[in-house]
Every structure is written in structure tokens, then in C-alpha cells.
Design a protein around this ligand. Structure first.
Ligand SMILES: [Zn+2]
Ligand SMILES: [Zn+2]
Length: 302
């Protein structure tokens, strides 16, 4: 699992900072999460192939999370994309994009699908044989979802020496990997656990931006491999966090601790702070396994 941060600063794009966008690589799929202004430039800078992006998840309709989307969709058209593109986001996103494409007479020549969201409860929105994606309802000034990406358990690992020792026909190896008991060539039942080992542990990634302190999400993200949680403010500006429905670094750390995640990544920093290390310092007092997102930074989770 690999996370490529394209932008992680709040509000407006600036000379050296970009609004929110990131690419998650999980089980050989690339997912674009949020698409602030400049995302397509950041994708190029980070050498991410446009054609590998087939799914875009938009948390909410504030500009710093979606103003790059129509530009990206339009560039895909100019590059003669043929692959379909799926956009998941709040109700209204289809209208926002289609009115721009319609009035500029530049409708896409590739299939573009919108999956509009309006539920206030967690919802399964994408699934294939290797992973699933569900929404994490967040608390913000407008309707907002985070996203939880979860790997599914893979096949059990075949212990080939044991399989030979138990005299199991090769044609049954597939069943063994699926966890089934089999019968050996000499006719005896062989229990699966004797000839296989458990699959690799699954990984998960919880993306939560933008949100006020929200303990309701804790059971859903419990034990996640990685939690990306916004920290727009430090505690010195805690009085701004609640009215603007954002979080402080301390609050993000509190969520990480209560959910028992393995790692916390902070982002969505207000540009009023010139030293983002202060965010790590504040969070580390509560949750030591904390890292700072920054534009262009790549995290790999083995
Ligand atoms: Zn934002
Ligand atoms: Zn917002």
C-alpha cells in the first residue's frame, strides 16, 4: 500500500503549497482522493500515469477539495482517453461538472460515471475481489465523507513441502489456498491448516478530511493500518476549530489513539502556520506514531 500526497494544505493554492489531493495505490489499483486546484500538475510532477486513474473520490464540494476536477476531466479528453472514469462524491457533483462541460461544448469522449452520495451512514461504494471502499460520515460545514479503503484477505499460503508430504494431488492446491480440507491420494482427509499458512494480514487506509472532532467514526476505523486525519489548527487556535468544523492536531491524535490505529498522518494545515513540525509535536504527546503529510511526499506501508 502506497500513499502519494499531491497536496495537503487548507484553503487557497500558493507558490509552494497545494490544496488537498492524494493518490492511494492499493492492490495494484490507483485511487485519486480529492482533487483540489492544480491536481493534474501535481500528478505530472509525481509521474503518476493519468490512464491508471479510474476512480476519483471527492470528500465534499469545498473548492480546496474539488476545483481541480473539471480541469482533470477536460485534460483526459484532450489526451484522447478511452478508459472509463468513475467519480464518487456528494450529490451535486454531477451538476457542477456537467454544466461546465456542456457550456464549453466539451463533453468527454470517454465514459464518465457519477456516483452521487447523500447517506449520513457509512456506505459501501466500491468493491472488487481484492478490496472495498466505504464512506466515513464526517462533521463539516457541508455534507462530507471520508473514505475507508480495506483490503480483503488473500489466499492462504500453500506449504508445498507439507502438501507433498501428505501426498496431495496438484489439482487440489487451488482448493487448499481457498481454505478447504482435501483428500490425499491415499484417501485420507487432510485438514487445511496442516498444509497451509494464514494469508498476509490485510491493510486498511482511513481518509478523514475535512472534519470537526468526531468520535462517532472511531468504531468504523478501529485498528486501521493508517489514518489520515485533518489538523487545520493547533490548540492555540482551538477556538476556531469548532465553528469552522475543523480539527486541531491534538484532536486528530485523540481520534487515532481511541481508534487504536497503527499510524497517523496529519494534513490540511492552515497556511497561517509556517512551521508544520509544530503539528507533529502537538500530536505526538498523545499519539507517538504520527507523521506529517507534505506535498510530494510518498508513504509506503509494507
Ligand atoms: Zn478543506
Ligand atoms: Zn472543507
Amino acid at each position: 500500500m502506497k500513499l502519494n500526497i499531491l497536496g495537503c494544505y487548507a484553503a487557497t493554492p500558493r507558490s509552494f503549497t497545494n490544496p488537498t489531493s492524494q493518490v492511494l495505490e492499493i492492490k495494484n489499483e490507483l485511487f485519486l482522493i480529492d482533487c483540489g486546484e492544480g491536481t493534474q500538475v501535481q500528478l505530472r510532477r509525481n509521474k503518476i500515469k493519468f490512464s491508471r486513474i479510474k476512480h476519483v473520490f471527492i470528500s465534499h464540494l469545498h473548492g480546496d477539495h474539488c476545483y481541480g476536477l473539471v480541469g482533470l476531466i477536460s485534460t483526459f479528453r484532450l489526451l484522447n482517453r478511452e478508459t472509463e472514469l468513475h467519480v464518487y462524491g456528494p450529490k451535486g457533483i454531477k451538476e457542477i461538472i456537467t454544466i461546465q462541460l456542456k457550456l464549453s461544448n466539451s463533453w468527454t469522449n470517454y465514459p464518465l460515471y457519477f456516483h452521487e452520495l447523500s447517506s449520513k451512514e457509512p456506505q459501501l461504494i466500491f468493491e472488487n475481489e481484492k478490496l472495498s471502499v466505504e464512506t466515513i460520515p464526517l462533521i463539516h460545514r457541508i455534507y462530507t465523507n471520508g473514505f475507508l479503503f480495506k483490503e480483503k484477505p488473500g489466499d492462504r499460503k500453500l506449504l508445498i513441502n507439507k502438501a507433498v508430504e501428505y501426498n496431495i494431488d496438484v489439482s487440489l492446491y487451488k482448493s487448499l489456498k481457498k481454505g478447504k480440507d482435501v483428500t490425499s491420494e491415499s484417501g485420507e482427509l487432510v485438514r487445511n491448516h496442516l498444509v497451509t499458512a494464514p494469508p498476509e494480514p490485510t491493510k486498511s487506509y482511513a481518509y478523514c478530511s475535512d472534519t470537526a472532532f468526531n468520535q462517532k467514526m472511531i468504531p468504523q476505523i478501529s485498528g486501521a493500518t493508517v489514518l489520515y486525519h485533518e489538523s487545520t489548527f493547533l490548540e492555540d487556535k482551538a477556538e476556531l476549530a469548532f465553528p469552522t468544523k475543523h480539527s486541531t492536531a491534538k484532536e486528530a491524535a485523540q481520534i487515532a489513539k481511541e481508534a487504536g490505529v497503527q499510524k497517523l498522518i496529519l494534513g490540511h494545515y492552515s497556511t497561517r502556520y509556517s512551521n508544520i513540525n509544530l503539528f507533529r509535536e502537538e500530536a505526538a504527546g498523545i499519539f507517538p506514531e504520527v507523521e506529517l503529510a507534505d506535498d510530494g511526499k510518498v508513504f509506503v506501508f509494507e
